[in-house]
Design a protein around this ligand. Sequence first.
Ligand code: 5AD
Ligand code: SF4
Length: 444
Amino acid sequence: MKTFYIETFGCQMNAHDSEKVIGTLVSEGYSQVAEPEQADLILYNTCSIRDKAEQKVFHRLQQFKKGHGKGKVFGVLGCVAQQEGERIFERAPHVSLVAGSASYAKLPQMLVQLESGDRRVTGLSLDTEEAFDTPFTRRDNPHRAYITIIEGCDKSCAYCVVPFTRGPERSRTSASVLKEARELASMGYTEIQLLGQNVNSYRDPSPAAWDFARLLRAVGEVDGIRRVRFTTSHPRDFVKDIVDAIEENPVLCNHVHLPVQSGSTEVLRRMQRLYTRDDYLRRIAWMKAARRDISITTDIIVGFPGETEADFEQTLSLLDEVQYDSLFSFKYSRRPNTPALTLDDQIPEDEKSRRLTFLQEHQRAIQIRRNSGLVGTFDQAFVEGYNQATGQWIGRTTQNRTLNFIHPLQAGPKDGETLIGKYCNVRITRAGPNSLAGEAVDCV
Ligand code: 5AD
Ligand code: SF4
């Protein structure tokens, strides 16, 4: 039996790609092992969004240099593979397979080539449609499933490698998305997460020509599906109809991740984000006016070239104005090929760090305040796990908050009985900046 080990870095798109790769390899007779030492084939599915993510991969590859990688085949998949291509063979000569996400359907062929003696094999073309319909996806979680609806990105944000690593936008037909959603429902999945670099620019390539809101509504109608999420949204393509869809159907989770990147219109212009602070705030206003309480989260980059102290303060004031429930924040990192690479006025590293820490503390106070307001209320948690150390079940609310809780009758998984995969109504008793805690009332 041939064995493989795979480690995944980066975003949910990558996590889902790995599920497809695993499914493909298993159907080819490979079996997955938990430790690289036990594997014949070692795969890293990589991320290149920031320099740190990229360095991690080369670090991993170095660990095998000193002997114990003998006889093994090493493959680099994903965004670093697409970005660096054959240069990876120079930096890590023991690697023999380099393949970007659009080539995964060809993995079996590539592995045959390696077995038949080829020293090095690459799959770096971006012009294939095959990436989607891998028939053998091996999903990690038995209750919540990802579905890719659109690949690639046609925007050209000045800092971003994604258009280079994942290529131009390709949407999948609505019929194929719905077929997969129905299949998942019949297999017992209750939560679906629609994935794409920019789901809002989804456009059904079949004559139906559905837009994203239409697709979202239809997935929300699939029998057996209790929660639908989607990520990521681009503010420029985020239309009011999406908010209307969420208002109309409680199956569509009342959470929108809408990356803003900066609160300064001037910085947004230099980032080539295609919207102003006011445009963005108009979209926020649609959500705040909705009948359902829509939770809003975002991504922020600090220290983009030329970001002044006043620009940074604009970002802080945006956080106050929007009142995000959570955010991911990053120091700007220069990436190969991107338009911002050559911009003057790079911000020193220690200044970027200072802004990042300041921003995170500012947001932390907002989250403590917002979460504290929820103590005493009830919410429904979809149970994802159990924490042995704290004796709490780990759940997630429709607003995507982590809600850890105890259950009066079920102190933990026992005799095959578990709450994982169930939906529990929970009374919230405590709040921290990043999670809530409570006691279950009932579960279904
Ligand atoms: N430097 C720092 N952060 C980045 N992101 C994307 N590219 C960069 C970069 N070059 C962040 C953005 C994006 C998130 C996925 O990663 O905030 O929304
Ligand atoms: Fe990283 Fe972007 Fe690639 Fe996801 S698409 S793995 S975030 S570089």
